[in-house]
Write a protein that binds this ligand. Structure first.
Ligand code: THU
Ligand code: ZN
Length: 234
């Protein structure tokens, strides 16, 4: 019911179950006018939802369709990924290792920090404004062990609510998810329209080898061309 699928009309929902016993909803999200690779899959949505709520580990994920290869790879970034249980309609539970044999993952790149591990990269809130401080807080919790491009975003809705998003990289690079997409997941799961954005603050590091600036600007322009984006490099 939370899926936004104007291109495919194909609605996917996922529920991630945390070690805490809590359940986190997720749904797919598509953006007209943008490349298809900007789409968010339901599994990514549920996992990022759990991440933003501080869940340290996901043990089980229920989906109404079989997870695509991209999602299997995205899930392989999680702590204990091989034992993660996948629940599908009319099928017995199977582990991610069964769905993704001979997997490529973080350990192949000598990374041992899984996605969802509570982390604080410790960059100080520079006090520019409330929104940027929220973006710096998100940056401090971002997962960028491959490029080291720590990155966070905060946005404000017309009624003054702030939503944040953290960048999450994947060992296979392409399934990585931008902080803007993560913030949009947060909005959608809170029942807020993704176009309800007045201003955005994006923060990344100045010595990075990649940048998410233009991708985020393009997404914002598509969602709401009236909204403003401020960009800071720490
Ligand atoms: N989709 C998912 O959300 N999860 C999957 O693993 C399969 C595909 C979504 C992505 C896109 O919005 C639509 O379904 C068609 O591919
Ligand atoms: Zn998928």
């Amino acid at each position: 019911s939370l899926s936004i699928a104007p291109i495919s009309q194909f609605h996917v929902g996922a529920i991630a179950k945390g070690k805490s016993g809590r359940l986190y909803f997720g749904a797919n999200m598509e953006f007209t006018g943008l490349p298809l690779n900007q789409s968010v899959h339901a599994e990514q949505s549920a996992i990022c939802h759990a991440w933003l709520k501080g869940e340290p580990e996901i043990i089980d994920i229920t989906i109404n369709y079989s997870p695509c290869g991209h999602c299997r790879q995205f899930m392989n970034e999680l702590h204990g990924a091989e034992n993660l249980l996948i629940q599908l309609p009319n099928l017995p539970a199977k582990t991610l290792a069964e769905y993704l044999p001979d997997a490529f993952g973080p350990s192949d790149l000598l990374i041992d920090q899984p996605l969802l591990t509570p982390i604080n990269h410790g960059l100080p809130e520079s006090g520019i404004d409330e929104l940027t401080n929220a973006a710096i807080d998100a940056l401090n919790k971002s997962h960028a062990p491959y490029s080291k491009n720590l990155c966070g975003l905060a946005l404000r809705t017309p009624d003054g609510q702030i939503f944040t998003g953290r960048y999450a990289e994947n060992a296979a690079f392409n399934p990585s998810i931008s902080p803007f997409q993560v913030a949009l997941i947060s909005m959608t799961m809170a029942g807020v329209e993704v176009t309800d954005i007045n201003e955005v603050s994006l923060v990344e590091l100045h010595y990075n080898v990649i940048s998410l600036k233009e991708e985020c600007e393009r997404l914002l322009h598509q969602l709401n061309p009236q909204a403003t984006l401020t960009y800071h490099q720490l």
